[in-house]
Each structure stands twice: as structure tokens, then as C-alpha cells.
Write a protein that binds this ligand. Structure first.
Ligand code: HXC
Length: 261
């Protein structure tokens, strides 16, 4: 690929169904500058557009998933620069990815790094992971959705404490709090995340899109509206060949062959 700050690979052991995107600015602990953002926007759009790719994993290095937005890039910016250019607004395009993706976090996930991890459908953490929103120590606040996504993930008390003190949370606490789905040994992180992604990649593509859309809706709407939305998507899947195939395969005691139709 032509990227400078990320590596993108369709994993061969999954026959290319799992796309691994690796943040690769080791000299800056994967600090998220404009170049990283534009490359991630392109990589996620390419992933979303290619039917052969069914699930993606975003990871960093052993030492850092990402140590934040690039402080050196922001330090001299004024209000007009930040507001006028809608700084960080491009992350909405990463969030708009319709297909599932997992954040595999080892080491530091701080500030924007933690916020990007929380944009994923779920997080798998290495036992070495450290999460935090230390922006307050820089005289600012989370700016890529962290206050909102963390509050929805772990509630008010811990979010307030994390964002007001800037302290770090280890992997064990993150799992206990509901910030991460699962903790694995650091040495196994990428393998475990790819394996989990492969499981998802083996499901019917339409059902995977629908699960993502309906679970996300839970954070945007009321219970009554959310349950109705879920039921409509569920009903809609009965218009697909994959529903006929999936249920026939169960009855016939064989593996389903998904078409994504
Ligand atoms: C730019 C960064 C960076 C960042 C680290 N680096 N984090 N550069 N932006 N967010 C650079 C360092 O300057 C250094 O470059 C190199 O990466 C290695 O970092 P060290 O500090 O030498 O490593 P270490 O001593 O191991 O400490 C690791 C660390 C520390 C604890 C993670 O780097 C750290 O505190 N980083 C900042 C964390 C942070 O505040 N993140 C939130 C950012 S603001 P040189 O060239 O000196 O070797 C944000 C919020 C966005 O994300 C919303 C609004 C602002």
C-alpha cells in the first residue's frame, strides 16, 4: 500500500477476510496527526467498499496503541484554526464505517488514542494496556468523542474521575468497568483479535451490518424506539437469501454458505 503512517494487510490465514490496520509512527508512540487521520479514513473506506473484507482490526505497537492526538501539531493552533478547519471532524468518517471493526490495544491508549479505541465496535486489550484521558493536564479536554463514548461505556463516576484527574486505567480495571470486551496476554493480542475478527468474518455479512447498526442505535434512542428499530432490521433480514441459507444449514446440519444477499 502507499500509506506512510499505517500498515494495511488482508491477513492470509483468513483468506483475506480480516483486514489488519496497524498504526505505524513508532517515533511518536503513534500520535495521531492529520496524516494518520487521512490515511485511516482512506483505509477504512477501502475496507468498507470491498466485499471480500468482512472484519477489520486496528492495532498499534506493543508499547502504544496511540499516545494521543499529536500535541506538537496542535500546540500553536488558535480557535480559528481548530474551529475553522473542524479539527478532528474527519474522525466522523472513520466512525461511519458500516462494517465491524475491533480495536486491539496494547500499551498506551491515551487521549485521542483512547478515543479512537472507543470508536471501535469493541476493544480487546492486552494485559499491558493503559487507558486514559489526560487532556486536562494540557489545559484542554477530550475532543474526539471521549467524554461521550466513555460515559456511555463506563458511566459517569469513572468517566468524571478519569477526565478530571487524567489518571490511567489498567486493563484489569478496564475490563471490570466495561470499557473493553476481553483482556488477553500481550504476546497474543494481535493473534487473538484476528481470530475474533475471523469469527465475525464467518457470519452473514448482512446480519453483521444489522447487529452493528442496532447496537449503535441503543446509544442514540429510547428503549421503545430501539426495540422497534431492532425488530424492523430483524424482519428485513427475512428478505435475504442468507436467512434462508442460514436456517436451512442449521436444519440440514451443515455449514452455511453466505452470499451477502
Ligand atoms: C506528539 C508524542 C505524543 C503526543 C508521545 N509523543 N506522545 N508526540 N503527541 N500525544 C512523542 C514524545 O514527544 C517523544 O518524542 C516520543 O513520542 C516518545 O515519548 P516519550 O514521552 O519519550 O515516552 P515515555 O517517556 O515512555 O512516555 C510515554 C507517555 C508520554 C507516558 C505516553 O509520551 C506521554 O505522556 N504522552 C502524551 C500523552 C497525552 O497527553 N496524550 C493526550 C494528547 S491530547 P521525542 O521526539 O521527544 O522523542 C489528545 C486529546 C485530543 O489526544 C483532544 C484535544 C487536545
Amino acid at each position: 500500500s502507499d500509506y506512510e503512517t499505517i500498515l494495511v494487510e488482508q491477513r492470509p490465514e483468513t483468506n483475506g477476510a480480516v483486514t489488519l490496520i496497524t498504526l505505524n509512527r513508532p517515533q511518536a508512540l503513534n500520535a495521531l496527526n492529520n496524516k494518520v487521520l487521512s490515511e485511516l479514513i482512506a483505509a477504512f473506506a477501502a475496507y468498507d467498499a470491498d466485499d471480500s473484507q468482512r472484519c477489520a482490526v486496528l492495532t498499534g505497537s506493543e508499547k502504544a496503541f496511540a499516545a494521543g492526538a499529536d500535541i506538537k501539531e496542535m500546540s500553536d493552533q488558535g480557535f480559528a484554526d481548530m474551529y475553522g478547519n473542524n479539527h478532528f471532524g474527519g474522525w466522523d468518517r472513520v466512525v461511519a464505517t458500516r462494517k465491524p471493526w475491533i480495536a486491539a490495544v496494547s500499551g498506551y491508549a491515551l487521549g485521542g488514542g483512547c478515543e479512537v479505541a472507543m470508536m471501535a465496535d469493541f476493544i480487546i486489550a492486552a494485559d499491558s494496556a493503559k487507558f486514559g484521558q489526560p487532556e486536562i493536564k494540557l489545559g484542554v479536554t477530550p475532543g474526539m468523542g471521549g467524554s461521550q463514548r466513555m460515559a456511555r461505556a463506563i458511566g459517569k463516576a469513572k468517566t468524571m474521575e478519569m477526565c478530571l484527574t487524567g489518571r490511567m486505567m489498567d486493563a484489569e480495571e478496564a475490563e471490570r468497568s466495561g470499557l473493553v470486551a476481553r483482556v488477553v496476554p500481550a504476546a497474543d493480542l494481535v493473534e487473538e483479535a484476528v481470530k475474533t475478527a475471523e469469527t465475525i468474518a464467518g457470519m452473514g455479512p448482512l446480519a453483521a451490518l444489522a447487529v452493528k447498526e442496532m447496537v449503535d442505535a441503543a446509544f442514540e434512542t429510547t428503549l421503545t424506539q430501539g426495540v422497534a428499530f431492532e425488530r424492523r432490521l430483524f424482519h428485513g433480514l427475512f428478505g435475504s437469501e442468507d436467512q434462508k441459507e442460514g436456517m436451512a444449514a442449521f436444519v440440514e446440519k451443515r455449514e452455511a454458505k453466505w452470499k451477502g444477499r
